[in-house]
Design a protein around this ligand. Structure first.
Ligand SMILES: O=C(O)c1ccccc1NCC(=O)[C@H](O)[C@H](O)COP(=O)(O)O
Length: 213
């Protein structure tokens, strides 16, 4: 069976980055969104990303960026992949792709099967869909809320694109999430934290072990 890939999102310190790398994360996420407790500037993202071996992909997370800003921020951060986690339109991703040529992930907020069935619009525009739980009404954060959606919605779903699973994953539930959904890439933030924005090296290690077992 193919090894499940793992993204630890919201890394902001050398220590937590080292834990993610030591325990086999395939992707490291850097959040650049001022309202987030995980926000870092692009200089720190570049410095942390510079510690990643070439096979580990550096993902810069942005929310509703102007395409020109996305291109500048990706360049400043040295990103390999851009994750668009707002309510971007397909044309916005096409413009970002034209400017950067980077791999683009589009976050898809999921509550019902209708949310999954609306994803065909991303074909030819995004490279991967990242399914996440729909945030609570009025939330400041479109992601990183530690909420999960009904994983059963993914059973039998015909995915429009390669995809990843996120939303409320943690060391205790990630193996079940992979078993239920067939995910080959999982993404976590809150579930490996001791408090919002503070990553925990033991939880990172436990998550990566559980995702690979
Ligand atoms: O993490 C944030 O603070 C954040 C802020 C704004 C947009 C997205 C954000 N996180 C997105 C992620 O990639 C998370 O890993 C994903 O939403 C899952 O988060 P969690 O449920 O906390 O594991």
């Amino acid at each position: 069976m193919k090894r499940v890939q793992t993204k630890i999102c919201g890394i902001s310190t050398p220590e937590t980055l080292a834990a993610a790398l030591a325990h086999g994360a395939s992707h490291i996420g850097f959040v650049h969104f001022a309202k987030s407790p995980r926000h870092i500037d692009t200089g720190l993202a570049r410095a942390l990303g510079g510690r990643c071996p070439a096979h580990v992909r550096r993902v810069l997370l942005l929310v509703n960026p102007h395409p020109a800003d996305a291109a500048r921020l990706a360049d400043e951060a040295g990103a390999d992949i851009l994750q668009l986690h707002g309510d971007e339109a397909p044309a916005q991703l096409s413009a970002i792709k034209a400017l950067t040529g980077l791999e683009l992930w589009k976050a898809v907020p999921v509550r019902t099967s209708a949310d999954l069935n609306a994803t065909a619009q991303w074909r030819g525009v995004a490279d991967r869909l990242l399914y996440d739980a729909k945030p609570p009404a009025g939330s400041d954060l479109p992601g990183g809320n530690g909420l999960r959606f009904d994983w059963m919605l993914l059973q039998g779903h015909r995915h429009a694109l390669p995809w990843a699973l996120s939303g409320g994953l943690d060391p205790a539930n990630v193996a079940e999430a992979i078993g239920t959904t067939g995910a080959t890439l999982v993404d976590v933030s809150s579930g490996v934290e001791s408090s919002p924005g503070i990553k925990d090296v033991d939880k990172i290690a436990a998550f990566l072990k559980a995702a690979s077992s």
